[in-house]
Design a protein around this ligand. Structure first.
Ligand code: BGP
Length: 483
């Protein structure tokens, strides 16, 4: 019983929140570089920053880094060796990170990749392998090159599939035999609901925005299937993951209408994308919805076959919180979160950003996904943000983080004992990085503290938190010692 012997313990980061050096070695401008931080913002309110052409132009003309935190990240572009050494000290078996498309192809139309950028990723990957840490690559994590928007109006244009696949092939071939685990898109289920920021589908460019956003998502599905095809042709041992941000919404009461509403939300928000990517076809309720709304999504016969034939090998999730659903929602209080809205659960506590904390929900979700899709599951993100300061002793004492992870890992272990086949666990922001949703540096998830504040002041030195030593022990005992 307990975790399998080869369970991949590790951590997760993403290029746009960690690398910084946003113009180094020819990197082009991305949507993340246009993310402006506002210190006066109410960080508890869920935000879906809407991208417009004007916003992109203004951001591009502004050389500021102070209020554009994703341009700074935590300078992983220069500190990767030191950071990877710390991950190795914790005993990481894997590191999930992303490659920046805009580094590898500063001009997305170019026939040749940017060798300098590839050399950087060569070094990162070789450094990981030196410590026997399995590199796990997200091919696109929230940093769409702006050129894809200005020239193609985002993912709704089918030509973008080819551009992305050219980039994907470059890295799949270059890292053949070195990288086995690939995730084509981070949290693909969020993309349509946040279509301007994630897929570059801007309202002003489309008459029927809803149709364009479904078209763009479909194009990403096709790109995922093509990655699965390429990955297996390049190396039979490659494993491709379909990733969703999983938010379960429990029925607010046992009133049948509430239960039905929760089921509908689960299908629309979470399960739909797994149906396409793991089962290989669109579910009946999406087809019906399109019909009802008169949405015409262009899907060729060849694409249908591709989706059916080249399915992902594993299900991947990010898991942070849960919500509730009810037929009559007018009296319910909304819950915060970074990607979806839902309603509060009176049985659960919340963190300082209002996100619910629900360890049991993790066991529930893992069982649910495994039962439906019968594919191994990888938890690629989990964690909670905390405000914290470096103590005079050069340490951060973070019993709250230990408690959070202890509870979640214990529930994950129960899921394994329930019989769920699991591949690994990579807590989010294993080293403090810039927050995706708020742009704060002070929303900290890491086992390693980075000395930088919200406006980029600080030494950027790294310090081990108490949880660093705790997680090290967890990994060394393969999840047995959680004390
Ligand atoms: C996920 C994203 C991550 C990450 C995480 C935490 O949705 O994939 O990039 O940032 O959420 O969210 P935040 O940084 O907003 O606290």
């Amino acid at each position: 019983m307990g975790f399998p012997k080869d369970f991949l313990w590790g951590g997760a980061i993403a290029a746009n929140q960690a690398e910084g050096h946003y113009q180094e070695d020819g990197k082009a401008f991305t949507i993340s570089d246009a993310f402006r931080f506002d210190p006066n913002e109410d960080f508890k309110t869920t935000k879906f920053p809407v991208v417009t052409h004007q916003l992109l132009e203004m951001a591009q003309a502004d050389p500021d880094c102070r209020f554009y935190p994703k341009r700074r990240g935590i300078k992983f572009y220069e500190t990767y060796k030191e950071d990877i050494a710390l991950f190795s000290e914790m005993g990481f078996k894997t590191l999930r990170f992303s490659i920046a498309w805009a580094r590898v192809y500063p001009d997305v139309n170019s026939a040749e990749p940017n060798e300098k950028a590839l050399q950087f990723y060569d070094e990162v990957i070789d450094e990981l392998l030196k410590y026997h840490i399995e590199p796990l690559v997200t091919i696109l994590h929230s940093d769409l090159p702006v050129q894809v928007i200005t020239e193609y109006h985002g993912w709704a244009d089918k030509r973008v599939i080819d551009l992305y696949c050219k980039y994907a092939r470059t890295i799949l071939e270059r890292y053949r035999g070195k990288v086995k685990y690939w995730v084509p898109f981070n949290e693909i289920n969020v993309d349509r609901m946040n279509a301007s920021r994630k897929m570059g589908v801007l309202r002003e460019d489309y008459e029927n925005y809803e149709e364009a956003s479904y078209q763009a998502l479909h194009n990403e599905f096709v790109a995922s299937a093509r990655v699965a095809k390429m990955a297996h042709e390049i190396d039979e041992g490659n494993m491709v993951g379909a990733m969703a941000a999983y938010l379960s919404a429990y029925p607010y009461t046992c009133k049948p209408e509430d239960v039905l509403r929760a089921q509908q939300m689960d299908k629309m928000k979470n399960l739909f994308v797994f149906d396409v990517l793991l089962r290989g076809e669109y579910p009946y309720y999406i087809k019906r919805l399109w019909e009802e709304k008169g949405l015409k999504i262009k899907i060729t016969e060849e694409e249908r076959e591709l989706l059916a034939q080249y399915r992902a090998d594993f299900a991947a999730i990010s898991y942070y919180n849960s919500g509730t659903a009810a037929q009559d929602e007018k009296d319910l209080e909304e819950t915060a979160g970074n990607v979806f809205g839902a309603y509060k659960n009176p049985y659960l506590k919340v963190n300082e950003w209002g996100w619910t904390v629900d360890p049991v929900g993790l066991r529930y979700v893992l069982n649910h996904i495994y039962e439906l899709f019968q594919k191994p599951v990888f938890v690629l993100e989990n964690g909670s943000g905390f405000y914290e300061e470096l103590g005079k002793d050069g340490r951060v004492h973070d019993p709250y983080r230990v408690e959070y992870f202890r509870e979640h890992i214990a529930e994950m272990k129960k899921a394994v004992e329930d019989g769920v086949e699991m591949l690994g666990y990579t807590p989010w922001g294993c080293i403090d990085i810039v927050s995706s949703g708020t742009g704060q540096m002070s929303k900290r998830y890491g086992f390693v503290y980075v000395d930088a504040d919200d406006e980029g002041h600080g030494t950027y030195d790294r310090y081990r938190k108490d949880s660093f030593y705790w997680y090290k022990k967890v990994i060394a005992s393969n999840g047995e010692d959680l004390d």
